[in-house]
Design a protein around this ligand. Structure first.
Ligand SMILES: Cc1ncc(COP(=O)(O)O)c(C=O)c1O
Length: 427
């Protein structure tokens, strides 16, 4: 039923029927959550074997005889670098292995730029007046929160099906020296699942920024998080940047948060040799080294890139049905209505749902009132402000499949109610 072409009587009848359904659910007193972009317990269970790979002192030594229990090794174990190098296609000498969180490394990277300058010899960002970052929307709220906390102005640019409009990005970056960075989640973007096309990646590598201290924050958080056997390949930004002589622009982040354990995984930052020198100099004052036992645990458990990919297939087997349950509900209940559109990601952790303009908050509230928690409407936009109030981020991985199915049905009901209410109000 196309809601946009209903006459007044038909619209009212449909809305009454949906309210009746809604009130019935309200009486049932459900409590479901589609807001949390984290693995379910069943996913965490598949990595438990990792905790057993180091249990004796003999297990604690690296291939060069380094004792991981002790201080040292600032930028990570060579075998950990090799594992990520093979997995992500990045030269080991460009990799700095950090602690348990890539977000932490992103925050620290910006904090260092504020205090010391981005790139040796450049003026600290904090001394350059109002600086700006380009934020692709919808995007990852925590990227935007970092900008907000440092007082960095955010310029939203729409994320399209194959990445941003690179003419817009080029125009901004090549003319404004106050633009110091852009946040990118190039593969299975949070929340749309977008994968940047080869051409978009090439054009990122080809950027000639006005600011000498401009950087591309390439957050490849979902690099190996495919839902299907048929892999979606992302072009290698370093290969292209090497070609254009722009490798210093690239700050690449990744982690095993959604491979092993969020909070107890291993994170990395990869960049040019020149940037790396400055980073190591500063970080060496901050710490004597990160958790090498955990790095070694990851290496021993996964062995190589093939081991990681095999492990990711298990994750996919668990979460694919949950994604498909949401997509089935969206298709069944909303496809004909003309009041919603959504992404159908091939990987990552989220689905992005657009409802009618001005009704995302209403959908959120309707869902909340019957016990279904959604990520705050607007969360995927700088300052939490969706200019069209239409986007919702759906996170299907954490609840059980049964709960995902039930929550998705409530969601589609709320979307239909909000759309009809809006049509009714604006008739
Ligand atoms: C795009 C993106 N980057 C980074 C993170 C957090 O990564 P980490 O756990 O390594 O800090 C997330 C978590 O949801 C994410 O979606």
């Amino acid at each position: 039923m196309n809601y946009l072409s209903l006459d007044d009587a038909a619209r009212k009848a449909e809305l009454d029927a949906l309210y009746a359904e809604y009130n019935k659910i309200k009486d049932e007193g459900i409590s479901l959550d589609l807001s949390r972009g984290k693995p379910g317990a069943d996913q965490l269970d598949i990595t438990m074997g990792m905790l057993g790979v180091i249990s004796h002192s003999n297990d604690c030594f690296t291939e060069t005889g380094f004792d991981c229990r002790n201080y040292g090794n600032l930028d990570g174990l060579p075998e950990a670098k090799r594992l990520f190098s093979e997995l992500l296609g990045i030269a080991p000498e460009r990799i700095f292995i950090g602690g348990n969180s890539s977000l932490n490394m992103m925050y620290d990277t910006i904090a260092r730029a504020m205090i010391y300058g981005m790139g040796e010899g450049n003026t600290p960002w904090s001394q350059q007046g109002a600086i700006k970052f380009i934020c692709l929307t919808p995007g990852y709220d925590r990227h935007f929160a970092i900008c907000e906390t440092f007082g960095i102005d955010m310029i939203p640019v729409e994320l399209r099906e194959d990445g941003p409009d690179m003419d817009v990005i080029r125009e901004l970056v090549q003319n404004d020296p106050q633009i110091k960075g852009i946040w990118c989640v190039p593969k299975y973007s949070n929340p749309s699942g977008t994968v940047f096309s080869d051409e978009v990646v090439r054009q990122f590598a080809a950027l000639k920024p006005k600011a000498p201290d401009f950087r591309i924050f390439w957050d490849n958080a979902y690099a190996v998080h495919d839902l299907y056997d048929e892999k979606v390949e992302l072009a290698n930004i370093f290969d292209l940047a090497d070609e254009y002589g722009t490798t210093d622009h690239i700050l690449y982040f990744a982690s095993t948060s959604k491979i092993s354990f969020p909070g107890s995984g291993v994170a990395l930052l990869a960049t040019s040799e020149k940037n790396m020198e400055q980073i190591k100099k500063i970080v060496s004052v901050q710490t004597i080294g990160h958790d090498k036992i955990n790095q070694l645990r990851h290496v021993k458990y996964f062995q190589n890139a093939k081991g990681v990919r095999r492990h990711m297939r298990h994750h996919a087997e668990i979460i694919r049905p949950k994604f498909e349950a949401v997509l089935t509900a969206l298709r069944e209940d909303l496809a004909d209505t003309g009041v919603a559109r959504w992404t159908e990601p091939k990987g990552g952790y989220f689905i992005s749902l657009d409802v009618t303009t001005g009704s995302a908050k209403r959908v959120w509230n309707l869902a909340k009132e019957v016990g279904v928690t959604l990520t705050n409407a607007g969360a995927s936009f700088p300052y939490g402000h969706d200019p069209y109030d239409r986007n919702l981020r759906i996170a299907p991985t954490y609840p059980s499949l049964k709960d995902v199915k039930a929550a998705a049905k409530v969601l589609t009901l709320c979307v239909r109610i909000a759309a009809l209410e809006d049509l009714e109000a604006n008739k």
